[in-house]
Design a protein around this ligand. Sequence first.
Ligand code: GTP
Ligand code: MG
Length: 295
Amino acid sequence: MSYRSGTVAVLGQTNVGKSTFINAVLGRKVVIVSDRPQTTRNRIRCILTTPEAQVVFVDTPGLHQPLNKLSSHLVRQAMRALSGVDVVAYMVEPTGGVEPYDVTVLAKIKPLPCPKVLLVNKSDRARGNSLPETLLAYEALGMFADLIPISAVRGTNLDRALAVIVGHLPPGEPLFPPDLATDRPLEFLAAELVREKVFQTTFQEIPYSTAVTVEHIAEREDKPLVEIYASIHVAKDSQKGIIIGSGGQKLKEIGTLARQELELLLGKKVFLSLQVKVRPKWTESEEEIVRLTGE
Ligand SMILES: Nc1nc2c(ncn2[C@@H]2O[C@H](COP(=O)(O)OP(=O)(O)OP(=O)(O)O)[C@@H](O)[C@H]2O)c(=O)[nH]1
Ligand SMILES: [Mg+2]
């Protein structure tokens, strides 16, 4: 059989487990995850190369009813991932039916000329008949070539999901070098890891008002050390105080957690400098959103 390669957009409502699924299938952490909605903010190519195929998964921001300019931006970014893809993998949870919001989104996806695969994630959490009922309800829409229950955290059925997706890819040569897991640069991965730690350690509106940029990365020549200088941007003065915490404790916690993961990723010691900056109301300005979160 000839080699296959292609792009798979992974879409679905926020928090259904898209990023967790991609990390699980790649067998390494490439994208950040959290138990809060609206974690992913970009379209991120995550590349899996096997002896049979190269699959370029595009992780996307979770779909949701927009609440402000930032969240409208995120939904737009996600929908842009659909153009020119070979497969759409649409992810839902086993709620027992098709949610009205998914109906609206799927009406836009249905006319696309590529195969669509439904992934019903969190099957480990399905109660009663909710899993078969979800599968039947989506099957009735008549737009999915395959419908597969999975559990990204338990690893259930991921091999099957991958085999089905690969089966829909066209024959083709690899698009990226075989050892590359993402085409995003280290600056992006480092900023994302810091942002993940903000999502994990702060509450209420703080994660949604925070953006992280990396200003500078320097590899020391005299020792195996990477210096990373990053800024955490918040929308209000009061949020700056919360991120720093009393006696700088919170910022220290965020920095330590992010540094430990960066050291694992790079296999070197990391010096991570974090500064907190206030960008008043950045989540309400399209220009600031693009500047701080990128495309
Ligand atoms: N029980 C269970 N939880 C899961 C599963 N997959 C993901 N989760 C959890 O769901 C939460 C959201 O996971 P993410 O991967 O960040 O979800 P996402 O769809 O990428 O979210 P956004 O980026 O906000 O759109 C996390 O707490 C995950 O641990 C699963 O198979 N079972
Ligand atoms: Mg995500």
